[in-house]
Write a protein that binds this ligand. Structure first.
Ligand code: LLP
Length: 433
């Protein structure tokens, strides 16, 4: 099994965090997002402990809440001592509504509106991660009006290709994010930020890519960022207090995906950076990282009920489920891999039926996974589990075709509780006039 929170019980049912998924389906219906609270906490602790050990007491992991943003997530990561990376007023509002200490919140986005900026300053957000000059000017002006000196980091692009899929490669020079070091724009914006009265430039940020399985990108990016930090010190006497390396460590969607020891990788990055700082004659700034996927991905799964089983002789087979791209758009967007299994009959028959798992939305691209092998007698009413859906599934879900969003049910100590309620049919038109 790809994660240790998965097992099979004597009835041949898939268990998640020790709980029978078939009984959860009976209780909560499908489609159903499940999340394993203990696994989330365990993943948080890996970062909190490894970063503190490797980089020192002033290091802090920030949970990239775009991976899964709802109130209970912010409660959990706060209890685990993490900060957070937020990318919208909506995420900020969600965090604030459960009393998340916003001084540990870093507000991202390549295009914050004036309303976002004013709202975030009023909320007492700790840091803006500033993308561009227009944003810098706007924060300076709004902060001035409010009598605030706003702490910021500047988002820079180190010009690295992480060799992951294009949609998540963000650190290249031609990226829509940040200011490029290579073109000199990073130096210009940093110099300019230092001149603004209502801004306190605390340091720099980069994020190179997502779903990476070793530290290669972090090692390369950190060298480029430290070179830049050394240049800022030499040329302008600017001392960088914080360096945020972004997120990116991957999750295993398939048995064939590599295993990754995140703590060991963090230690490797830290010792490399310490040695590099020594060479440059600078001190190591306080380090931030922004893990999203690796905190929640394998702490989640989605359960569906199988509907139509369509055999097209000589062509292909489809098993349609009662969800689809509205609750998981990742295959339609990125052709993302998933492990799929028959949760109510894990042991009964050997899987020989090759099929495509299709959603219920009204377009042919609405697929969850192709080339899946399931038992040949799969039939309407069987329970289908799609594993490793904790990251970027609920958070990217939509009401396409006016499908109500599934609930998020958390498992803790063998008990289940609802973290996000299932939407009703009335909910899908609640804002219609
Ligand atoms: N920090 C920044 C600035 C980011 O842009 C991201 C992800 C992260 C941190 C977290 O990266 P992670 O640790 O999760 O790899 N929707 C896509 C993923 C988009 C990631 C965008 N940025 C997916 O479903 O694969």
């Amino acid at each position: 099994m790809i994660c240790k929170n998965l097992s099979v019980n004597s009835e041949g049912h898939l268990c998640f965090a020790g709980v029978d998924t078939v009984s959860l389906v009976k209780k909560h219906g499908t489609p159903l997002y499940l999340m394993d609270e203990e696994r989330i906490r365990e993943c948080c602790r890996v970062y909190v402990d490894a970063m503190r050990d490797a980089f020192g007491e002033d290091a802090l992991p920030l949970y990239a809440s775009k991976a899964a943003s709802f109130k209970q997530m912010y409660r959990i990561i706060n209890e685990e001592g993490m900060g957070t990376d937020l990318v919208s007023s909506g995420e900020l509002y969600t965090a604030a509504s459960v009393g998340f200490p916003l001084k540990k919140a870093y507000f991202h986005s390549n295009n914050k509106t004036d309303a976002d900026i004013a709202y975030a300053i009023d909320s007492g957000v700790g840091y803006f991660v500033v993308d561009n000059v227009e944003e810098l000017d706007s924060i300076d002006a709004i902060a001035k009006g409010k009598g605030v000196k706003q702490k910021i980091l500047l988002r820079l692009t180190p010009g690295i290709d992480p060799h992951t899929y294009e949609a998540v490669a963000t650190g290249k020079v031609d990226s829509k994010f940040g200011s490029a070091i290579e073109t000199g724009q990073a130096e210009q914006i940093a110099k300019y930020a230092c001149e603004l009265e209502n801004i306190k430039l605390c340091g720099f940020h980069c994020h190179v890519g997502s779903q990476v399985f070793d530290s290669d990108v972090f090692l390369r990016a950190s060298e480029i960022m430290l070179d830049f930090i050394a240049l800022m010190q030499k040329k302008y006497g600017f001392i960088t207090l914080e360096l945020d390396l972004g997120g990116g460590y991957g999750a295993r969607y398939l048995e064939s995906d590599p295993k990754i020891d995140i703590a060991a990788n963090i230690h490797e990055v830290a010792s490399h950076m310490k040695a590099y700082c020594q060479r440059l004659g600078i001190s190591l700034p306080a380090i931030r990282m922004e893990p999203g996927r690796s905190i929640v991905a394998d702490a989640g799964m989605t359960l569906y009920t199988a509907g139509t089983v369509k055999r097209i002789p000589g062509y292909k087979n489809y098993v349609s489920v009662d969800g689809g791209m509205a609750d998981n758009p990742r295959y339609a967007l990125y052709k993302s891999s998933y492990t799929v299994c028959l949760a109510n009959r894990m042991t009964s028959t050997s899987p020989t039926f090759s099929c495509t798992i299709a959603g219920r939305c009204c377009e042919s691209g609405d697929l969850i996974q192709e080339n899946v092998t399931l038992p040949a007698d799969i039939t309407r009413g069987d329970v289908i589990a799609v594993l490793t859906t904790g990251a970027y599934n609920y958070s990217m879900s939509s009401n396409y075709n006016r499908l109500p969003k599934p609930p998020v049910v958390m498992i803790k100590d063998g008990e289940d509780y609802i973290a996000v309620k299932r939407e009703s049919l009335a909910d899908v038109c609640k804002n219609d006039i």
